[in-house]
Write a protein that binds this ligand. Structure first.
Ligand code: S3P
Length: 212
């Protein structure tokens, strides 16, 4: 187990204290919402899948071709490295980050703030697009995502400091990704890692659930 990350929660001059990780199934918006959250907080955004490819010189598809275990090991090494960085960041994790126990321990650690972008599998199946970095999304998306949901939903909730519902924003808002980003920031305020002045927005009213 590495040293606790930023255990003093000292974010220096940044708007957020410590790293923020977005978790959730494929199609939940971790990358697009995460980029917006990072821009609202003026910190850098890291997409875990993109970063694995950049750091290892192998695509996610190539990792999977070697076997899912190889990919999961690379994914876990990367997460530990990202969360050990001294500067706060927003990390868009891969959907399967929670299947690895050492990732769950890191994500649940008090020095990291984890936000679960939750939506039902049926809804996500209408959004998740087949991509080269998603070899597991072959076949019927709803079947694949339902199986993943059954396996992972409890893990996401176990590690999350806050849960943000994705579907209502898509149904209600003109710019759902911005609304979701705003909700994530509000959840970070509720958790106590972001100052309330950052979250002020007239239409940021959709519900978010915060773990007590
Ligand atoms: C995976 C999700 C993908 C990628 C890989 C495995 C999963 O990331 O890490 O294909 O197991 O759910 P996204 O959730 O960013 O698509």
């Amino acid at each position: 187990m590495p040293e606790p990350i930023g255990a003093d929660r000292d974010g220096g001059g940044s708007a957020v204290i410590g790293h923020v990780v977005l978790v959730g199934l494929m199609g939940s918006g971790k990358t697009t919402v995460g980029k917006k959250v990072a821009s609202l907080l003026a910190v850098s955004f890291v997409d875990a899948d993109v970063e694995i490819e950049a750091r290892t010189g192998r695509t996610v598809a190539e990792w999977f071709a070697e076997g899912e275990a190889a990919f999961r090991a690379a994914e876990a090494d990367l997460l530990a490295e990202l969360l050990a960085a001294p500067e706060p960041s927003v990390v868009g994790s891969g959907g399967g980050v929670v299947v690895t126990e050492r990732n769950r321990r890191l994500l649940a650690s008090p020095a990291v703030t984890t936000v679960y972008l939750h939506a039902p599998a049926r809804f996500l199946a209408t959004r998740a697009r087949a991509r080269p970095h998603r070899p597991l999304l072959s076949g019927d998306p709803e079947t694949v995502l339902s199986t993943m949901y059954a396996e992972r939903n409890a893990w996401y909730r176990e590690v999350a400091d806050a849960v943000v519902e994705v579907r209502p924003a898509h149904e209600a808002a003109e710019k759902p990704k911005w609304r979701l980003a705003q909700q994530v920031v509000e959840a970070l305020v509720d958790v106590g890692v972001v100052d309330a002045s950052v979250a002020q927005s007239p239409d940021a009213t959709a519900p978010s659930e915060v773990r007590p």
